[in-house]
Design a protein around this ligand. Structure first.
Ligand SMILES: [Zn+2]
Length: 67
């Protein structure tokens, strides 16, 4: 029997839940549909457009910043 994994898994789940807001989940779902929510005006538009057609806010997902 391995004793360590359960605690590790629990911690991971806990972090995951705390770190991922509802908003983040919504963004992920939009992304799966090829859409993105504009952080500025909150409207959705195509993930493949380089900027928001409503307010010209640059699409940061289109050119993801390297972490
Ligand atoms: Zn916008």
């Amino acid at each position: 029997m391995i004793m360590g994994w359960k605690e590790k898994d629990w911690k991971k789940n806990r972090n995951h839940k705390g770190g991922e807001s509802r908003r983040q989940i919504e963004e992920d779902m939009l992304r799966m549909q090829g859409l993105i929510a504009c952080p500025n005006c909150d409207l959705t538009y195509s993930l493949y457009q380089p900027k928001c057609p409503h307010c010209d806010e640059p699409n940061k997902s289109h050119y993801p910043a390297k972490v």
